[in-house]
Write a protein that binds this ligand. Structure first.
Ligand code: ADP
Ligand code: MG
Length: 420
């Protein structure tokens, strides 16, 4: 028996010490890690490097990179630029880069602020970056141009996840590429857009499309063999010998390949199943642990999606849950009626059936439900809806919301369950 608090502390940390870990370098399996080899992307790296290098000829090298999520777009661009930044041209010029993630940085002010910071704060500095909130965009643009023209530059701006840029901010893509033509800057600015959504580029304002140029690089999806190569390199870099065998690697690769060749999914699976083995005090990962990791990841994804829903989306899902509880499948009409009575319980106005149908299509696309259109001859068509994820998972996540508990009457779960 543990006799005093001091003993408890000592045991606690001794248990978590380095000796017990199955990793040699845990960071090698995280998303921030920049490997010095990218299996399966050698050709893309070389082509992109050749394309970007031409910017030294004082002409803009704009391009658009497209590929599904987890296809290695961000990591390839980071890899190429990490080398390009270290490169000094024969005439002494080197490259300046501004990397913008449009999911986090999406207003014109934020983007211009980031551009200014990239010219003033060294990228390896830990000093907090100025936000530039409250400045006008025209003032910021002038400031940027002023700083930009202080020397002759070979300058690139990468817009990662550019499809997340709202229409109100998309003009920045146009302005930046046209600054040279308008003789506001002395050397051109090259822009690179990265997107998971190929339609984003097709749907852009034609002015922006033409200034981006027509250089599009498409990253094809990885197959299970390529994912296996990516994973085994990471295992060599970060995991102790003997922890992960061929079967485990094969399963992590196959599950990533099934998910549209997603390297992120395969890597996360690998990291999580090793952590499961650590937690269970095992020295080796089993394929069952991979499956456990897969379930853990899937339920986390479903939870995150549902938690981000508005109250009406949650009520629609709740109505689906209630209706499919009885018969497994439900029609749009029944769901709409159920949704209406849930809204009544909360004294909320209902949305139109059309809006609710849109929500149902969205949930279908997100993979939470399956909505199949059934044609009923003269009587038109209806949709038959069923859940494609675990009921209990959806129920538990929905019931975390107090409004849902109010709308639904007595909860199916005890309150203690929500904390889990
Ligand atoms: P995308 O930007 O296309 O969604 P990422 O570039 O973020 O995908 O890649 C997802 C994860 O997979 C990252 O952790 C990345 O380091 C890793 N990755 C992708 N492709 C490779 C590769 N060829 N070699 C090594 N790691 C890779
Ligand atoms: Mg990315």
């Amino acid at each position: 028996m543990v006799s005093n608090i001091g003993d408890v502390k000592e045991d606690l940390f001794a248990d978590l010490s380095e000796k017990k870990t199955l990793f040699t370098d845990r960071s090698a399996l995280t998303s921030h890690y920049l490997p010095n080899e990218l299996p399966g992307r050698e050709k893309e790296i070389r082509t992109l490097a050749r394309h970007l290098y031409r910017a030294f000829d004082r002409c803009a090298r704009n391009a658009f990179i497209y590929g599904v999520s987890g296809a290695g777009k961000t990591v390839v661009v980071r890899y190429v630029f990490s080398q390009l930044r270290d490169y000094k041209h024969d005439d002494g010029r080197n490259v300046d880069l501004c990397f913008i993630n449009c999911k986090q940085t999406h207003t014109i002010t934020q983007i211009l602020g980031t551009l200014i910071n990239s010219l003033t704060v060294p990228s390896n500095s830990f000093k907090p970056r100025k936000t530039w909130a409250g400045y006008s965009s025209s003032g910021l643009l002038d400031k940027f141009i002023d700083l930009y023209n202080k020397k002759e530059r070979v300058f690139f701006v990468v817009f990662d996840e550019v499809d997340q840029l709202p229409p109100s901010s998309q003009d920045i893509l146009y302005y930046l590429t046209r600054l040279k033509e308008q003789e506001k800057v002395n050397t051109p600015i090259s822009t690179l857009g990265i997107s998971n959504d190929i339609h984003f580029f097709e749907n852009l304002d034609p002015r922006i499309q033409s200034s981006f140029g027509h250089d599009t690089f498409v990253f094809k999806t990885y197959n299970a063999v390529e994912l296996g190569q990516i994973l085994s390199r990471r295992v060599e870099l970060g995991v102790k010998k003997g922890v992960v065998d061929k079967d485990v690697l094969g399963l992590c690769s196959a599950l990533g390949a099934r998910e549209h060749g997603d390297a992120r999914k395969s890597l996360d699976l690998l990291r999580i199943c090793i952590e499961i083995a650590e937690d269970q005090g095992e020295k080796k990962v089993s394929t069952n642990m991979v499956r456990e990791a897969d379930e853990k990841m899937e339920s986390q994804v479903v939870q995150n999606i549902i938690e981000s829903f508005s109250i009406h989306e949650k009520l629609v899902l709740f109505a689906i849950l209630k209706e499919t509880g009885r018969k497994k499948e439900a029609t749009t009409g029944k769901i709409y009626a159920q949704y209406g009575s849930l809204c009544d319980n909360l004294h909320l106005n209902t949305l139109t059936q059309r809006r609710v149908t849109d929500y149902i299509s969205q949930m279908d696309m997100l993979g939470i439900i399956n909505a199949q259109v059934i044609y009923k001859g003269r009587h038109g068509r209806t949709r038959v809806i069923c859940l494609t994820v675990q009921r209990s998972e959806v129920e538990k996540t929905l019931y975390k919301d107090e409004d849902i508990r109010t709308a639904g009457g007595s909860p199916a779960y005890k309150l203690e369950d929500f904390a889990r």
